[in-house]
Design a protein around this ligand. Structure first.
Ligand code: PHE
Ligand code: FE
Length: 286
């Protein structure tokens, strides 16, 4: 993800990339990856969209240890023309968009400490690679991510980055997708978290409502805990169709000055899959 108030560290290139320096990971680092990996592959079958599992397979991500980005990029390049490049952490919006627009996914090169298995503020290599990269093997999702990068450059010019960021949040990070009568997870923030992989699908607390672009662009989100609301897409094809083939310029104009929708609100126009109890958020917020 991106941030606007960052200073490029010494040693990072002008595009903010750094060498992954794979040889510098310790045994403990690799063991942390393996622990997280095993936990997720036990949880995900039946919960995650099948395209994700296929991506894990094509990329041979079950090989033990933190993936070497060169090897990973070789496989990904053959599948959909994407690469994975290392960065020190969050990067500015324009840098982030430019990488995506050129089919480069930026990943933090560090891994969380063993005492941070469940919660971490900055995206590390497990979140970035395990969470995001498998779906880049899917040609439709791969196109969506590139289009998002191009859309970012346009949104920046239109002063509408906040609108577009919500789209990223509610799809790429925390999206659910319909699969027959069931819902599956696909967002990277969910699939890289053992507790949210269960919460997002099975807990009665959050709302789950059908994807609606304008509605979504007005909806707040929280970055500090489980989501209170998830948007459900019909399919990746449908998501791509509603975004790639829609000019957001007029939508940004139309939404200019529109009020925000509270995170737990349900509108009469919503396609509701689950009307959440919100008990989790209420207990937590006191
Ligand atoms: N079509 C969008 C625009 O006009 C760009 C976009 C495509 C954004 C796909 C997100 C995802 O800006
Ligand atoms: Fe992410």
């Amino acid at each position: 993800m991106a941030d606007t108030s960052l200073i490029r560290p010494d040693g990072a290139a002008t595009d903010w990339t750094i060498p992954q320096n794979w040889g510098a990971y310790s045994q403990e680092d690799h063991a942390t990856w393996d622990t997280l990996f095993e936990r997720q592959v036990r949880l995900l079958p039946g919960r995650v969209t099948p395209e994700f599992l296929e991506g894990l397979d094509v990329l041979r991500l079950s090989k033990p240890g933190i993936p070497d980005f060169e090897e990973l990029s070789d496989r990904l390049m053959k599948a959909t023309g994407w690469q994975v490049v290392a960065v020190p952490g969050l990067v500015p919006d324009d840098v982030f968009f430019d990488h995506l627009a050129n089919r480069r996914f930026v990943s933090g090169n560090f891994i969380r400490r063993p005492d941070q298995l469940d919660y971490l503020q900055e995206p590390d290599v497990f979140h970035d690679v395990f969470g995001h990269v498998p779906l880049l093997v899917n040609p439709v999702f791969a196109d969506y991510m590139q289009a998002y990068g191009q859309g970012g450059q346009r949104a920046a010019a239109a002063g509408a980055i906040d609108r577009l960021s919500r789209l990223y949040w509610y799809t790429v990070e925390f999206g659910l997708v319909k699969s027959g009568d069931e819902l599956k997870i696909y967002g990277a923030g969910i699939v890289s978290s053992s507790s949210e992989s269960i919460f997002a699908l099975e807990d009665p607390s959050p709302n789950r409502i059908g994807f609606d672009l304008r509605r979504l662009m007005r909806t707040k989100y929280r970055i500090d805990d489980f989501q209170q609301n998830y948007f459900v897409i019909d399919s990746f094809e449908n998501l791509l169709d509603q975004t790639l083939n829609t000019d957001f310029g007029p939508i940004y104009d139309e939404l200019h000055g529109a009020s925000d929708i509270e995170i737990e609100a349900i509108l009469p126009t919503d396609r509701v899959y689950t009307r959440g109890t919100q008990h989790y958020a209420r207990t937590k917020d006191g």
